[in-house]
Design a binder for this molecule. Structure first.
Ligand code: SF4
Length: 376
């Protein structure tokens, strides 16, 4: 019997925590969780552990509200809930990056609630384009490497990092191909599937993930089924609720560019040659800015508009996490920029907590009809 080539990815994404727990049980390997975004997974890999990307999407909250304010985004609230309900007790380490006040407070609350766990705060620079950011970030990553080595007993030396970077380079190139397959053949390479590939890459050993990807239908026929694909660009953080990926497919909306942390942002930008730690620093600095980082506002808007125009999208969908101040700050400038360019946009405030899927569906449908009217 021929195995469904999508199945290994589906199995991971059905329950990523359980998958990682079983992997640890079977291999005896170490697992280091990290809250998205921008924790360098390559370094965790080079230190001999499985990097497990964590996001709070789709976690139903019953206990975390006793530890965090109710207006905390789902991304952070979900992590606290997973901690309090014992779902993360198999982790050998946990990394929380400094992105915004919420993640900073989350780290302190975590330290208070779980003083016994080996958690670390990755102090990312807030102004990534500042001339001092490179040196600062490199020093911080060196410190981070020592934290990892103290957990695994294996420090991410330059040699080990180089070999991890080779692997991640191959994996990200393959994922970029998957991304372009979605544009060419969206009925087979649906967005739900392509997103599943990118998200599962951040939760499984990359070597295995890369070998699973070889089995996918790369040579498949050109898409004949798709009726009227409407190209859209998505700016957001996480797919929360995750069902939005499927909705886009069903509505004929094809993602030709995105900035989500487990989407294109996780595979974008290849490393330069040379010192491996410098390569990681340069990659992080060259990524599209995640809300929460600071930059000169005009540059933020112009760079964003360039990316949207290059993608060929007919419209932009903002998936703004509920209670995310950082995303709210950027929004008016970005929308004004899009209006000047006559590019339609739709803002959805999303969260698994208290947001109606049916309402999201109706708004996406209306937006798709508007921007794809002449494609009918
Ligand atoms: S930037 Fe927004 S979504 Fe990300 S952790 Fe902070 S508040 Fe949450």
């Amino acid at each position: 019997m021929i195995m469904d080539p999508w199945r290994p990815f589906l199995e991971v994404m059905r329950d990523p925590l359980q998958w990682a727990r079983s992997w640890k049980h079977m291999t005896g390997g170490k697992v280091i969780g990290h809250l998205l975004p921008d924790v360098p997974e390559e370094m965790i890999h080079a230190a001999g552990a499985l990097p497990l990307a964590l996001e709070g999407a789709a976690v139903s909250v019953s206990q975390a509200q006793a530890s965090l304010p109710a207006y905390t985004c789902s991304h952070a609230m979900g992590l606290m809930e997973m901690g309090l309900t014992g779902q993360l007790d198999f982790l050998d380490g946990l990394v929380i990056p400094y992105v915004c006040d919420t993640t900073r407070n989350l780290y302190h609350t975590w330290s208070h609630r779980f003083p016994e766990t080996r958690h670390e705060f990755l102090r990312l620079p807030k102004r990534l384009r500042h001339p001092g950011a490179r040196v600062y970030l490199r020093n911080e990553l060196e410190r981070f490497g020592r934290y990892l080595g103290n957990i695994t007993g294996c420090f991410p030396t330059a040699e080990r990092l180089s070999s991890s970077l080779d692997l991640y380079r191959k994996s990200r190139s393959r994922l970029e191909e998957a991304y372009s397959m979605h544009r060419k053949n969206p009925s087979v390479w649906t967005w739900e599937r392509v997103h599943m590939l990118m998200a599962s890459a951040m939760k499984t050993p990359r070597e295995e993930h890369l070998s699973w990807m070889q089995e996918l239908p790369w040579e498949g026929d050109k898409d004949e089924k798709s009726q009227r694909p409407v190209p859209v660009y998505v700016r957001g953080k996480i797919w929360d609720p995750p069902e939005i990926t499927k909705m886009l497919d069903e509505l004929g909306l094809v993602v030709v560019g995105d900035e989500t942390v487990c989407g294109y942002r996780s595979i974008a930008s290849h490393y330069q040659e040379g010192d491996p730690l410098d390569s990681i620093v340069n990659r992080l600095i060259s990524l599209p800015l995640y809300p929460g980082y600071h930059d000169e506002p005009r540059g933020v808007v112009e760079n964003f508009l360039d990316r949207v125009k290059q993608s060929g999208a007919r419209g932009v969908i903002f998936l703004n996490p509920k209670f995310c101040e950082a995303a709210g700050f950027d929004l008016p400038d970005l929308q004004r920029g899009l209006e000047k360019e006559e590019i339609p946009s739709l803002v959805l405030e999303t969260s698994t907590r208290g947001v109606s899927l049916a309402q999201i569906q109706v708004r996406l449908e209306a937006f798709g009809e508007m921007i794809g009217e002449d494609l009918l």
